[in-house]
Each structure stands twice: as C-alpha cells, then as structure tokens.
Ligand binder design. Structure first.
Ligand code: UDP
Length: 259
C-alpha cells in the first residue's frame, strides 16, 4: 500500500485513517516488511523544529500517524488537511487485536518497574495480564520495564530478551523522543521483530493506571486539556503547543511570500 505523506513543519505525516493504518501494518506483517510506527503530536513536531537533529529519526519511520489535534490543525492551516487524528493508544490496541487474531507474538517494553508500582508488578506485566484476559488468543511473550539504561550492557540484555522471546511485534513505550530514538538505534539488532511501535504512555492506559479523556473531551479536541488538568506537571511540555500553533501561522505566511 502506497501512503500519501503530508509535510507538517518538516515532519512527514501519513494521510491515513485509523483503519488504513491498521491495514498497512497487517499488510507489512504479511509481507515481512520491517515497519516502525511513530505517533507524533504537536509537542513532538515542535521538538523537531527546536532541535532539527530529530527530523531524520522521526521521518525514518515507515508509518507516521498524527496523534493529536495540534498536528491535524497545523496540516489544515498549511492547506494540506489530513484525514483524521489517529490516536497512538487506539492504534496500539487495534494492533493487539490483530496480534490475537493472527497469532503474532508481542513484546512490551516500557513503563514503570515493579518497585515504582503499587502491588509489586511492573506496568508492562500488569498490561500483559489485563490484555491477555481481554483478548484470549493474545500471546505477550515478554515484557521489560522502561527504567533501565538505554545503551551499553544493560541495553544489550534488553535486546537479547526481545530476540529470545521471538516477538514479531514490539511496543516501545518510553515517551517521546526517547522511544523513537531507541527504535531508530536498535531496530537493526532485532531481526525477528517486524513491527516496532513507539507508543508513549499507552501501557499506563491499557494497565488501567491512567485514564483516557472522556469522549466529549476527545470530540472537542480537548484531550490535551484533560491530561493537563490530571497531570499538571505537563505544563512545561505543553508550553510548546501555543508556540507550535502561532509558529505555524507565521510559517504559512512565509511560504505564501516565497511563492
Ligand atoms: N518511561 C519509561 N522509561 C523512561 C521514561 C519514561 O518507560 O526512561 C515511560 C513512563 O513510565 C510512561 C511513558 O514512558 O509510561 C511516557 O508516557 P507519557 O504519557 O509521558 O508519553 P507521551 O504519550 O506523552 O509521549
């Protein structure tokens, strides 16, 4: 399947619906085409603008979907609208359903380790339990918390564990841009993995430790506001959003002048 890409301030975002994204992943699994899936929101695009060394990392993924109303708005302002927001957390669950249906083994990497969780079980292990109960045919063949070193011998052990599990789908949930950088740097060392997904806090949601915004907030494009109210420490990161929004208008005016 050929994907049409839209340039959003230098990030090449695929113009796909949620279903088309799932179909693309399924097709690549069938054809054994290694595929990285990134789900940038406006914060991540602004991060690339502020530090252009991230562009080649984000743009190296085979599937880049717009996870956020900010990216959708920016594409519209720039005159190249995208079909719809594709929330990473929703796409991730669709991939788990696909894995259950087709028998693809999954590995979950990321989230807090057992010592940081009530109940003494890591987020990834909690997630495995809940998702395997929810989807009885799902096989989560390995988990690893995200609070380990991402390089050196400790990272070598993570790679070995993923390879030994035989997983063909890997969730990397370390938050952006750490997870995209990790996938970019390590994918060549993981020959059995065909699909790599960078999915931020999704394991926190699947394990029931974080709740997604109520539907009304999502429909009104205010999911970011709900997250900010529940997790006020995000304010620093979210200050990037107005910069991104107003910057996109300025960028558009500059583009017009150049024409
Ligand atoms: N995390 C991790 N290792 C780290 C830093 C963060 O596993 O070194 C996890 C953290 O526990 C959380 C996720 O990465 O589950 C980041 O979630 P957040 O909601 O901040 O990411 P976003 O979806 O906003 O990119």
């Amino acid at each position: 399947m050929e994907l049409q890409k839209v340039d959003v301030r230098g990030v090449q975002v695929c113009n796909v619906t949620l279903q088309e994204a799932v179909d693309y992943i399924q097709e690549n699994m069938k054809k054994a085409v290694p595929t990285a899936v990134y789900t940038p929101n406006a914060e991540i695009v602004q991060l690339c603008i502020d530090d252009p060394s991230y562009y080649p990392i984000i743009n190296s993924a085979e599937l880049v979907v717009p996870d956020g109303v900010g990216v959708i708005k920016a594409a519209k302002i720039l005159g190249t609208p995208l079909k719809e927001k594709v929330a990473g957390v929703v796409l991730g669950e669709r991939v788990l359903q696909l894995a259950a249906q087709e028998g693809y083994p999954v590995f979950l990497f990321g989230g807090k380790d057992a010592s940081r969780c009530e109940g003494g079980q890591s987020i990834a292990d909690q997630c495995k339990k809940i998702m395997e109960e929810k989807y009885p045919n799902l096989r989560i063949v390995g988990t690893k918390d995200g609070y380990c070193k991402k390089d050196g011998p400790e990272n070598d052990r993570t790679i070995e564990a993923i390879n030994a599990s035989g997983a063909s789908i890997l969730f990397v949930c370390l938050g952006a841009p750490l997870q995209e950088k990790w996938i970019h740097d390590n994918r060549a060392r993981l020959p059995s993995v065909q699909v790599f997904l960078g999915l931020g806090g999704s394991l926190d949601v699947y394990s029931g430790n974080t709740r997604r915004a109520p539907k009304i907030f999502i429909r009104l494009g205010l999911e970011w506001f709900y997250r900010l109210c529940r997790e006020p420490w995000r304010i620093g990161r979210m200050m990037k959003l107005p910069k991104f929004y107003f910057g996109t208008h300025t960028y558009k005016r500059k583009l017009k002048k150049q024409k």
